[in-house]
Design a protein around this ligand. Structure first.
Ligand code: LLP
Length: 425
């Protein structure tokens, strides 16, 4: 089933008219397609099935419990980067024994929490972190399973703010330190080296970086085995790209084609940490036009969604397709460039920052007060990065399954906004 499609001049999520949901639940509103979520996960599971991978859905991309539960029910494991994310996995009923824990700044409390929950392994990013895991594991009388995170110095050609596998990033360690720390683990009974971890950046729209990382992994694993390590996991992180503009996203199969042979050559198990690929196009943000205005030779459509909801355009200049929910002109396949009957428009939000926009100079059909707008590809790093900036309550999230509609997060109230604050009077 198509996740979002126009029929008779209006947008549907699966079998439900988006306008009906906006009427009932208000705007801004996040709407997810369950079948799309499941389809994306399945695509990865199938593409890599030959090596029986552990797919650890990357919680940071979207941590809403309703989404995590869909993942859990479909057999996904989880990649977390904080105690809070691990807590969410538990709250969603996830199996913690298949969780991987990445991130450059794990605290002792977080390490303890992860060890108590018997996670699969830590992705270790530095010597001090390794020492901290050894100390906490030692104090608990358990063994800390680790993968060392290699910075492979591969340019994945992503946005400067989302590249992670290049020399000079804060992530991982170079190969010399990797070998040094691996030797250190071998001497320490409180630790066990299980694998090698790499995450190259996000989103990555070519397979070359994964091919290079796979080759690197084979070399490292062989060398470590010679040194006496019983190492059997390759974790190639996340980063699979998606179509934000048109059809630029690759199928999971394309990534599998370069990764699977490397995993087989290294005789290892494979872990992956996909986030965006699974959730990115599963969700739209629906907003309502509050006002329009013409100033300085520009047309502004001011709608009730804002950078506190979806910060990606403000933060990374990222491109999101957007189009009215009940458009006067059908949405073309290519929404970039001039479109007949449309006018160059800036779509902005009510937050008091010039960076509060969803699109600039975008050709859009005429819109007026009260019209509904759909912002596509909002599922990854949308709600997960949302905030209460300008004291705006976070929006409702809806999961659609065929004709069924479920609220998975209710809209915050004004009372919620101040609920954790101490009255200073
Ligand atoms: N594993 C690790 C170690 C990561 O750092 C990340 C993302 C992932 C997995 C998942 O990557 P994905 O499959 O979702 O591409 N906020 C930015 C993206 C930041 C990505 C951070 N790390 C954005 O909105 O584009």
């Amino acid at each position: 089933m198509e996740a979002f499609s126009y029929h008779d001049g209006e947008l549907y999520c699966e079998k439900v008219p988006v306008a009906k949901l906006a009427e009932q639940y208000g705007t801004p509103l996040w709407i997810y397609s369950k079948s799309f979520l499941l389809g994306q996960l399945k695509q990865i599971q199938t593409a890599f099935a030959e090596v029986d991978p552990v797919i650890c859905y990357s919680v940071k991309a979207n941590s809403t419990l309703g989404v995590l539960k869909v993942m859990r029910d479909a057999g996904s494991s989880f990649d977390v980067v904080s105690g809070g994310e691990l807590y969410r996995v538990k709250a969603a009923g996830g199996d913690t024994s298949k969780v991987v824990f990445a991130g450059v700044g794990k605290t002792d409390e977080e390490i303890r929490f992860a060890l108590e929950n018997k996670i699969l392994m830590f992705d270790v990013e530095s010597e001090q972190e390794l020492d901290a895991i050894a100390a906490v594991a030692g104090s608990m009388g358990v063994v800390g399973n680790v993968a060392l995170r290699l910075n492979p110095d591969i340019d994945a050609k992503t946005h400067a703010k989302t590249t992670t596998g290049k020399k000079g990033n804060k992530f991982g360690m170079d190969i010399e330190r990797f070998r040094e720390l691996a030797a250190k683990v071998l001497r320490d009974k409180r630790l066990a080296l299980k694998g090698i971890h790499m995450h190259l950046g996000s989103p990555i729209l070519t397979t070359d970086p994964y091919e290079a990382a796979g080759q690197k992994a084979i070399e490292v694993v062989e060398a470590l085995r010679k040194d006496g390590h019983d190492i059997n996991w390759i974790n190639l992180g996340g980063g699979f790209g998606i179509s934000y503009r048109g059809n630029e996203g690759l199928p999971a199969e394309a990534y599998a084609k370069v990764i699977v042979p490397a995993v087989k050559a290294a005789k290892c198990r494979l872990a992956l940490e996909p986030g965006r690929f699974v959730v990115g196009n599963s969700c739209i943000l629906v907003s309502r036009v509050v006002f329009t205005k013409r100033e300085g030779g520009k047309l502004f459509v001011i709608q009730d969604g804002a950078m506190n909801d979806l910060i990606r355009p403000a933060m990374y200049d990222s491109f999101h397709r957007l189009w009215p929910v009940q458009p006067s002109i059908a949405m073309p396949d290519n929404v970039e460039g001039e479109i007949p009957g449309c006018e160059k428009t800036d779509v902005v939000g009510p937050v008091c920052e010039s960076s509060d926009y969803f699109a600039k100079d975008r050709y859009l059909p005429p819109m007026t007060r009260g019209d509904l707008l759909a912002i596509f590809s909002a599922g990854a790093y949308g709600t997960a990065m949302s905030s209460n900036y300008n004291s705006r309550p976070r929006a409702t999230e809806i999961l659609v399954d065929g004709a069924d509609v479920k609220v998975i997060r209710r809209r915050e109230t004004y009372a919620d906004l101040v609920a954790h604050e101490i009255d200073a009077s």
